[in-house]
Design a protein around this ligand. Structure first.
Ligand SMILES: [Zn+2]
Ligand SMILES: [Zn+2]
Length: 319
C-alpha cells in the first residue's frame, strides 16, 4: 500500500517498491487492440444489456438480433467488427453470440466507469486508533487517487487501497470509508483460502516486520503479504487478522462490540493500542505467534503456526 501498488495495511508505506514489468504477448496486445473501437464496445454492451434485461447469464443473440441492437452502417461493417471480438470477448455458437468471461468483465468495467475520471471524496474523520503512535485521530482521504487511512497525529498512512470510481458513487465520505472496511474483509476471506481477489489464482504469504512502533508489544507490528503468483496482486494485512477470524475470538470480540465482519480493521486497532489484544511474535521463520485477548476479564489465548493456522492455547503455556 502507500507508495507501492499493493493494497492493505503497510505501516512503512515508503519502504516497498513493488514495481514490476510484465511483457504482454502479441496475442494479448491484439485482444486489447480489438476493444479500441466504439462499434465493438457497442456490440459488447448490447450483449451485456440484453443479458441484464432478460436476467439470463450467457444469453445468446443471433447475428440479426445483435446487428439490430448496434448502430452501424452496414452488415459488412458490423460483421467485421464482430469478427474482431469473437474469441476473447464474444463466443460464437451454432445459435448465436454471447459474452465470454473477459467480455463480461469489460462490460462491467465500462458500466462502472473504470476507464473514466478518477473518483473523489472529501476527507472524513473516522473512529479507530493508530498502531504507530497510539493516537485516535484517523482520517479517511484520497491520496494520489488511492483511498488512504491516515493518522493525523503522526502522519502515518495506516492503510491504502485502490479506489474505483464506482465505489465513491452514491456514498457519503463516511460511507466510502465504511465500504473499504468491508472490502478488506472480503479480500481477506478469499486469501484465507489462498485465492487471489483479483484473478482467483493462487496466492502465497510471507511475513513482514515493521519498525518504529510505539504501541505496546508486537500488536500491529507484523504484517503478512499475500502475493498472487498469477497476476501479482499484493495485499498486506496485520498478522492478527487470521486470529480475529478464529470462531472463539470472533465470538469474544462480538460480545464486546467488535463483531469482526462489521468492524473495520482500523477500529480493531483500538484493541491493540489499549492492550486488550496483545501479540507476541516468537519467530517469523517458521512463524510462531501468540495472541491474547482480554476484554473486561473475558480472556482467550491463541497460537498461530507457519501455515497461518490458529488454535486456542493455554494462557500460561510457556513454550
Ligand atoms: Zn499515529
Ligand atoms: Zn491474481
Amino acid at each position: 500500500m502507500g507508495q507501492d501498488d499493493a493494497d492493505g495495511i503497510d505501516p512503512d508505506a515508503d519502504t516497498v517498491d513493488a514495481t514490476r514489468t510484465s511483457r504482454p504477448a502479441d496475442e494479448q496486445a491484439d485482444a486489447l487492440a480489438a476493444l479500441g473501437n466504439e462499434h465493438r464496445l457497442a456490440i459488447l454492451l448490447a450483449l451485456g444489456d440484453r443479458e441484464s434485461a432478460t436476467r439470463t447469464n450467457g444469453l445468446e443473440l443471433t447475428f440479426s438480433e445483435l446487428y439490430d441492437a448496434v448502430p452501424v452502417e452496414s452488415t459488412s461493417q458490423f460483421s467485421y467488427h464482430l469478427s474482431q471480438l469473437v474469441g476473447p470477448f464474444v463466443a460464437e455458437t451454432g445459435e448465436g453470440y454471447h459474452l465470454t468471461y473477459p467480455g463480461d468483465k469489460i462490460v462491467r468495467a465500462v458500466r462502472s466507469g473504470l476507464y473514466e475520471t478518477t473518483p473523489s471524496f472529501d476527507p472524513v474523520p473516522i473512529p479507530g486508533a493508530c498502531v504507530g503512535c497510539g493516537e485516535s485521530d484517523l482520517q479517511a482521504r484520497l491520496d494520489d487517487e488511492r483511498f488512504v487511512v491516515r493518522c493525523r497525529a503522526c502522519d502515518r498512512a495506516l492503510l491504502s487501497d485502490s479506489f474505483p470510481r464506482s465505489q465513491a458513487s452514491e456514498r457519503s465520505p463516511a460511507e466510502v470509508a465504511e465500504s473499504f472496511g468491508y472490502r478488506i474483509w472480503s479480500t481477506y476471506l478469499l486469501i484465507r483460502g489462498d485465492v487471489c481477489p483479483e484473478c482467483y489464482g493462487r496466492v502465497e504469504r510471507r511475513v513482514d516486520a515493521h519498525e518504529g512502533h510505539e504501541t505496546p508489544g508486537d500488536a500491529g507490528r507484523y504484517t503478512f503479504a499475500a502475493v498472487c503468483r498469477t497476476c501479482d496482486f499484493t495485499i498486506h494485512l496485520p498478522i492478527e487478522v487470521p486470529a480475529v477470524f478464529h470462531p472463539r475470538a470472533g465470538a469474544l470480540l462480538d460480545e464486546h462490540g467488535f463483531a469482526p465482519l462489521d468492524t473495520p480493521l482500523w477500529e480493531l486497532f483500538e484493541l491493540f493500542v489499549s492492550g486488550a489484544w496483545t501479540t507476541d511474535v516468537r519467530s517469523t521463520d517458521p512463524l510462531d505467534a501468540r495472541f491474547e485477548i482480554d476484554l473486561d476479564g473475558d480472556a482467550l489465548a491463541l497460537a498461530m503456526d507457519e501455515s497461518f493456522g490458529v488454535t486456542p492455547v493455554d494462557r500460561l503455556d510457556p513454550s
